[in-house]
Design a protein around this ligand. Structure first.
Ligand code: F6P
Length: 322
């Protein structure tokens, strides 16, 4: 019997810790006696047959680097029935028996479709957004939070020196987790997230006025990307309070940088687990973290789960960041 061949790809936005997951898939696969292929630029690599043969040394010196050594992409062509069929046909031509897909929900929908076309896939959650309902943790989230905190700490120095207000947008797509955690860690006067409706007067202006009376002279307002509009918010805050206000969008800087310990460990463990699932003949599964432990769900079931937002933590922020 010929060696089982598996492939690994990263898809969607890159996230720190993806390299640790790739490394784990490659080394675990080899330890199981498998041949491992690295696919370049997400599903595009399957459409273009752009793959590289991996060995133990091809993943050396990557665990501490952000980004993804396999590159990544969002692939409009793959998102069509024809694209999925072409990718599956190419997998068969390349002798690929299974694929580990590291990415977010969009990547998992691709993994489900590719499984449907006859190529067993396993998803690994990799995104800075922490927005995958089935998993309480996604690779990259910890590093991105720490980067955002470092950046807002820098902003705070200048905000404080000028007695100003800074309105800062952090990433997260439609998920407020990055904003909530960052907001708590930097002591933001207000945190705006898409999961909780806000009232401009009550949640920003009145809180600023209240803290001003207690002696506070500078303010940080953290706004999730899913709420947006930081430039307009800044203008309105300045107009209503008379406090000079600046808007900052942190942007893609949050996606880069050396992965934190947590992301290196989560990437390594999840990559191992995904490869073991393929070895055991499993298919259409997503590796998740539940109660701090790694387990797996059916991808379709996972995609239908509803995300829960940590409202208790949000309420705590309201009390302690004042
Ligand atoms: O999903 C990760 C993420 O960084 C989101 O936080 C953000 O909304 C999006 O990707 C940005 O995408 P792009 O890199 O295509 O601009």
């Amino acid at each position: 019997m010929s060696k089982k061949t598996i492939a690994v790809l990263t898809s969607g936005g890159d996230a720190p810790g993806m390299n640790a997951a790739i490394r784990a898939v490659v080394r675990t696969g080899i330890s199981f006696g498998m041949r491992v292929l690295g696919v370049h630029r997400g599903y595009n690599g399957l459409l273009n047959k752009d793959v590289q043969e991996m060995d133990l040394r091809s993943v050396s010196d990557i665990i501490h680097h952000g980004g993804t050594m396999l590159f990544t992409a969002r692939s409009p062509e793959f998102n069509t029935p024809e694209g999925v069929k072409k990718a599956a046909d190419h997998c068969r031509e390349l002798g690929i028996d299974g694929v580990v897909v590291i990415g977010g929900d969009g990547s998992f929908r691709g993994a489900r479709d590719l499984t449907g076309a006859g190529i067993p896939c396993i998803g690994v959650p990799g995104t800075i957004d922490n927005d995958i309902a089935s998993s309480e943790y996604t690779i990259g989230f910890d590093t991105a939070m720490n980067t955002a905190v470092e950046m807002v700490d820098r902003l705070r120095d200048t905000t404080e020196s000028h007695d100003r207000c800074s309105v800062v947008e952090v990433m997260g797509r439609r998920c407020g987790d990055l904003a909530l955690q960052t907001g708590i860690a930097v002591g933001a006067t207000s945190i705006l997230v898409p999961e909780v409706p806000f009232d401009f007067q009550r949640d920003i202006i009145e809180r600023m006025r209240f803290t001003q009376k207690t002696g506070k002279k500078h303010f940080i307002i953290v706004v999730a990307e899913g709420v947006g509009g930081v430039a307009d918010l800044a203008k309105e805050i300045e107009k209503q309070t008379g406090i000079e206000t600046r808007a900052t969008v942190l942007g893609h800087v949050q996606r880069g940088g050396s992965p934190s310990l947590r992301d290196r460990v989560a990437g390594s463990a999840m990559g191992y687990y995904a490869t073991k699932l393929l070895k055991d003949g499993k298919s259409n599964r997503v590796v998740v973290m539940q109660g701090g432990k790694i387990t797996d769900f059916d991808i379709t079931e996972a995609l239908n789960m509803k995300r829960t937002f940590d409202k208790d933590l949000y309420d705590i922020a309201h009390v302690v960041s004042i």
